[in-house]
Design a protein around this ligand. Sequence first.
Ligand SMILES: *Cc1c(COP(=O)(O)O)cnc(C)c1O
Length: 302
Amino acid sequence: MPLPADLPTPLTAVDDPVLARAGVELRLKRDDLLHPTVPGNKWRKLTPNLERALAEGHTRLATFGGAYSTHLRATAAAARALGLASVGIVRGEELADRPRNPSLAAAEADGMELVFVARSAYRELVRARGHPLVQRWGRCLVLPEGGSNALAVRGTAALPAELGGLGERDVVCCAVGTGGTLAGIAAGLPPGARALGVAVLRGEGYLEQEVAALHRAAYGREFDNWRIDHGHHGGGYGRVPAALEEFAAGFEQRHGIGLERRYVAKALRAVHGLAAGGGIAPGSRVTLVVTGLPDGPAVSRS
Ligand SMILES: *Cc1c(COP(=O)(O)O)cnc(C)c1O
């Protein structure tokens, strides 16, 4: 394994009054504790790609992301740990001359060369799967936006095996950005168990197509054991409405676990909302995958 990690990550039961009233059990899969600089689903998605990069003798990784991309940051950290160079194409030309946000500052500190491009040019590059990049930087392994490709999906598919015996009453839940994590979890589930993705951006229809395309790319077929909730994105990517903030802060206080807001808190709130409204059947056991770390200073590993 190119980046040693603490596997399997802890699985903890959470006693929550709202869920208890709805007859729903909750467990947290603490993938946020997986690796200190390449946390959560980013480690699971990157690892098979890193193995490929090393096996094929690549010396440079290139990828894409928005200004707050955790994928860019994780790719920079992983590249540095393996002694590889890295290039990050960032959406938004205007960001070039602004002070770096913590995400981009961290990527740069890990040696990532940041290239800021206008939104239209960015879309072109993403669509061309970065081919113009390969010309500019010579040989490099190009990872898609968000890091979701067939290898990433297969990496994430190892997660359900760490959850013990899963059956008919089990729902494994995760946030959905590009859909790679959900695609892998669904593919790794035993018969009977189901996966629930919570969209963190407006993407009804589009995200379903992405997940199906990733399944075809990774396994040559589609799966029917998953669905995506579109009712809890809070207005769009990166938006954290006051009610979500309040929910997350309350949960943190009651349970002493830091919650990343843009993905994890939205997924957890969706579980609460769906359970209370009958969208998750009584008797279900939900395992929420804590896919990443809260922003800001390091969290305790309690
Ligand atoms: C990137 C990220 C996701 C989204 O994963 P996808 O595979 O792109 O759907 C979810 N949670 C966290 C914390 C992330 O950083």
